[in-house]
Design a protein around this ligand. Sequence first.
Ligand code: WTA
Length: 677
Amino acid sequence: MVNDKGKEKNVSEAQIAVHWKEEELIHPPASFVEQANMKDADILKRFGEANFPECFREYADMLDWYEPWNKTLDTSNPPFWKWFVGGKLNACFNCVDRHLPKYKNKTALHFVPEPENEAVQHITFQELYVRVNAFAAFLRDYCGLKRGDRVTLHMPMVPELPITMLACARLGVIHSQVFSGFSGRACADRIVDSQSRLLITTDGYYRGGTLLDHKEKADIAADQAAEHGQKVEKVLIWERYPGKYSSPTKLVEGRDVLVNDLLPQYRRARVEPEKMNAEDVLFLMYTSGTTGKPKGAQHSTGGYMAYVTGTSKYVQDIHPEDVYWCMADIGWITGHSYIVYGPLSLAASSVIYEGTPTFPDAGRPWRIAEELDVNIFHTSPTAVRALRRVGPDEPAKYNYNFKHMTTVGEPIEPEVWRWYYNVVGGKKAAIVDTWWQTETGGFLCSTLPGIHPMKPGSAGPGMPGIYPAILDDDGKPLPAGSNKAGNIVIQNPWPGLMETIWGDDDRFVQQYYSRYCRDKNSKDWHDWPYFAGDGAMQASDGYFRILGRIDDVINVAGHRLGTKELESAALTVDEIGEAAVVPVADPVKGKVPHIFVSLKPGIEPTEEVRRKVSDALSGEIGPIAKPGRVWIVPDMPKTRSGKIMRRVLGAIANNQPEGDITTLANPDVVKKIREMS
Ligand code: WTA
């Protein structure tokens, strides 16, 4: 496609998004509204622009502070906003210690192992307190970690993961958790970027019925990191079965430490929580961007904790007596904000499930919900689609009651939404479709479940205190109800927003602000809209429908993958000359990557080459990056300046017309590629 400025654009997810019709409004059940934490529409006024930024005190006041802040928002150095300046607090104290007087005997974490014959573990707040303190003492006294150090975690869905995060937070150590499904190499990149001296991992975990060897990835990660100049001094290994090392991979003398062997010595230790400044870093979360290197979203302590606590209360509707299950992985931002920090700050009982939702069958999530009496359920459209496909009638067979359900991570098709609402929720649950990002810390658009009606396929209005707009390519706002797609921006700063990209302020400004900043010298936040990188449209009722990424990021099953990362993985295969990745619509995962490769001269296209490419993507990045198809093409369609036209490849792979190809240097190749499909 050539836009009106004559610049070529790559195919984007928004361009190939399905165009949905306007859907009906569905009101939340009265039984839900009656008990909702937030049912007073006055909140919309309280968080209106006239009360910005002081409105966010309401969230910060939900936390315990050692010292109050003296400035709610400091905008003196745009776009590096500072929230709750002068305030001091500790995230771990807010998630654990402060609940002890009232809730020490209440479950904080329910851990559900994947093997169904293994008992569920119920960890009370008191037990969590003891275990977090013990591990914090171990990190401090045995490992020498101190405030401001970074540590990389590569941990699966086991209770030791939140325990590790909270122990770090207690010490003021910055954790950087890498999704356990990622490869050792992907982990190494993040170790190097964050300069971690320590890697915390496990020997193994269950996934799809198999106890996977996870420790082997730690060896790869440490070796690769060393090659890139970052020495990992210690690898701390939690055991899936304490006292029984379950990995076939040998321990490395002098480097590897079995945590469970040493931890009993620290069981009685108590560690004073560090009094952190509001703007001190709580954690890094790496995410894919438009260029190859993943970027570390740097989240603050005060602003982040205030934002996830407030939104967990008003949008997730968490009360201490609820049983809350978010089926996301803690390795993603959803798990950080809405399994660990937000819910625990509200003294929730939060469920952690180790394995695959459909293991051993599609009834598993509903059995867990029944057994634990889960009443708040949180998952992604990909999981809903998969459960609907393999077990459309399963939910009705179990006796559970959801009052509230969430969908997050990708656009949800109205048909899938309706199955979720009618069948999973039995029409008795309020649903929120929450749109947000790793960078944003918490929700940006969603209905407030006790106030707004739901609309299948639409995220809803901006959250309280979040003022989104849709801009065209020239920065002009598109009016609500215009039915035109544009780029969604947030016009104002908010407390959950990342502080910067770790170690790369320039990239932060470039990526999120350069596109629409009105005046680089301006100290007025109104001149600095946050560019989210998503296409969206706004209906006349103010609800936003998110269409998908407009940059080179592919959203596979709710996980962000950079096309450049995938392409550079393919180029590690010797035979490959060029590679181009495009997103292709998929009935379960939303999108899957297809990769087009052209071979170096003299190389024959064989199954072997195809397999090597596929393995390179899974090996370099992780199984989620496995391509839906590897196309070996005679040549890439290119512009006269030599740029690969991904738009044309995207159209072919999605079985759509390729549009105008007259600007190509080699239009003949398009027909040849199409014949392969
Ligand atoms: C997409 C996940 C439609 C979007 C929390 C965004 C969504 C990217 C929704 C961020 C939603 C997230 N509807 N699309 N409710 N939620 N997205 O950083 O493209 O892993 O930019 O954060 O997921 O993905 P991330």
